[in-house]
Structure formats: structure tokens, C-alpha cells
Design a protein around this ligand. Structure first.
Ligand code: ADP
Length: 259
């Protein structure tokens, strides 16, 4: 009687152990797949500018250097490719820190109206070049929030720049605030190209781009929105997107109001 009890409890223990082992193996396999995919994506993204630079230099070496016009053009293109590599590497640093939880938020109380003013001022030139109006339903009074100012600046800049990059000529990007009871809702809306519903659910994933060629041409890395989402979630807030092809896209996220 006693020995059979012992055996059955030992068996249960072994079964439990085996179950945990299986779980752990699945977790490690997932991690390994994720790591491989990440490295694959990164090298793929970096290859394009590297090969381009190689091509430009070859053209110069093969005689282009003697023609001042060609010379300048190809050096400019080289510089552009290097810029692209820098933004990929910077985005990668951000995302690695965010995903490993290494990033500590520096909470402070600040005026979101002024932050939006600054973002608009900085992106005005890019918007004007594409004939896109930056609009701000600007509250009269300061709107104080409690958040990491630098990171929220990154979020706003990313959303506004996306609105410009994927906008239509003579379109707009409009920023509005809505006072919810416990927090503040920020809306960044454009009347641009929009995102097909089959892509919409995935745009916050690393390297995901609804329209690869357009994104590259605009200097996109496909990392911006995943950084944005990480930042908002690190604040324990939420971000949402609504979009219709050819009509436009609206992002909304929440922030904690400062008391
Ligand atoms: P990217 O560097 O390619 O812009 P993001 O992570 O910022 O990467 O965005 C992911 C993809 O989502 C973009 O490639 C684009 O296809 C789509 N997207 C993002 N914002 C908008 C927008 N405002 N309008 C239309 N499409 C957008």
C-alpha cells in the first residue's frame, strides 16, 4: 500500500518535471528563433546601404572621381547611405534597451503643449517640402503630464514623421488632445495613404513595413512604431491605430496627467 503510494507520487513528480522541461525547451526554441530572425533582419537592412556604398566607391575609382559632377553626386549618395546606417544602428540600440528592460524611464512633469510645439517646429521643413500641413488643436493652457519627456518626444516625432512620410501631397497631420477622466489621450491623425487591414495588426512589429519600397525610399527602418509601442507600454499606457486605405491613419495613445 505504502510503496504504491510512493511510486505514484514519484511518478507525478517526474511527470511534472518533464512538463516543465518541455515548457523550458519551447521557450528556448522561441528565443532562438526570435534571435535568428532579429539578426537576419538586421543584416538584411544593413546590406543595402553597404552594397550601395561599395557601388558608389567603385564608380568613383573607375574614373568617376575625375568628373567633378559625378564625384560630388556619388559622395553625396555615399553620405546618404551612411546616414541610413546610422539611423538603423541607433534604432537598434533603442530597441535592444527597451526589450531587455534596461531602459529606465525618467519621469517628470512637463507641458505637452510645448513639446508638440517643438516637434512641429522641427518637422516643419520636411512637411513643407511635401506640401503637408502640420495642424495642432492647441489648448490655451499648458497640459501637464507625468512621463519621460525625451521618450515622449521620440514617440511624437515618430508619429508625426510617419504622417508626413506616408501622407499625400497637400494633406495634413493633425495633433489633438482629449481629456479622459484619469489620463490624457493624444491623437495624431493624417489623411494620407492609409494601411490595409491585412497589415494593420502587424505594424507595431519590429521591421514590419506595409509598403517596403515606399518605406525604404523614405529612409524607414521598420523599427519606429515598435519603439513607439515599447515606450508607451513602458509607461503602462496604451497605443491604438485605426486606418483606411486612401483615407488616412489615426494613432491614439494615453499619458498620465500630472497632478
Ligand atoms: P518605417 O521606418 O518603415 O516608417 P515604422 O515602424 O515607423 O517603420 O512603420 C511601420 C510601417 O507602418 C511603415 O513601413 C508603413 O508601411 C506603415 N505606416 C506607419 N505609419 C503610417 C501612416 N501614418 N500612414 C500610413 N502607413 C503608415
Amino acid at each position: 500500500e505504502d510503496s504504491s503510494d510512493l511510486i505514484s507520487s514519484a511518478r507525478m513528480e517526474v511527470e511534472e518535471w518533464a512538463k516543465n522541461q518541455t515548457k523550458e525547451i519551447t521557450r528556448l526554441k522561441d528565443l532562438e528563433r526570435y534571435r535568428k530572425e532579429f539578426v537576419g533582419n538586421v543584416s538584411h537592412e544593413l546590406k543595402t546601404p553597404i552594397f550601395n556604398i561599395q557601388g558608389y566607391i567603385l564608380t568613383l575609382l573607375e574614373g568617376g572621381i575625375d568628373d567633378p559632377k559625378v564625384n560630388k553626386l556619388y559622395l553625396k549618395r555615399t553620405e546618404k547611405s551612411i546616414d541610413r546606417m546610422i539611423s538603423i544602428v541607433e534604432d537598434l540600440e533603442s530597441i535592444t534597451k527597451l526589450e531587455s528592460g534596461e531602459l529606465k524611464l525618467k519621469y517628470e512633469s512637463f507641458d505637452l503643449v510645448r513639446l508638440v510645439d517643438d516637434v512641429i517646429e522641427m518637422e516643419q521643413m520636411m512637411a513643407s517640402e511635401r506640401k503637408i500641413q502640420l495642424q495642432f488643436n492647441r489648448p490655451e493652457k499648458p497640459v501637464k503630464v507625468l512621463a519621460d519627456k525625451k521618450r515622449i518626444m521620440e514617440v511624437m516625432t515618430n508619429l508625426v514623421v510617419n504622417g508626413i512620410k506616408y501622407g499625400k501631397r497637400k494633406g495634413f497631420v493633425k495633433i489633438s488632445f482629449y481629456d479622459l477622466k484619469d489620463n490624457l489621450m493624444v491623437e495624431v491623425a493624417d489623411n494620407g495613404l492609409g494601411i490595409d487591414s491585412k497589415h494593420l495588426a502587424r505594424i507595431f512589429e519590429r521591421f514590419y513595413r506595409a509598403d517596403k519600397s515606399r518605406s525604404r525610399e523614405q529612409g524607414g527602418t521598420g523599427l519606429g512604431l515598435s519603439i513607439v509601442k515599447h515606450i508607451i507600454e513602458a509607461h503602462e499606457q496604451t497605443i491604438n491605430v485605426k486606418s483606411a486605405v486612401d483615407e488616412g491613419t489615426t494613432f491614439t495613445f494615453t499619458l498620465e496627467k500630472a497632478k
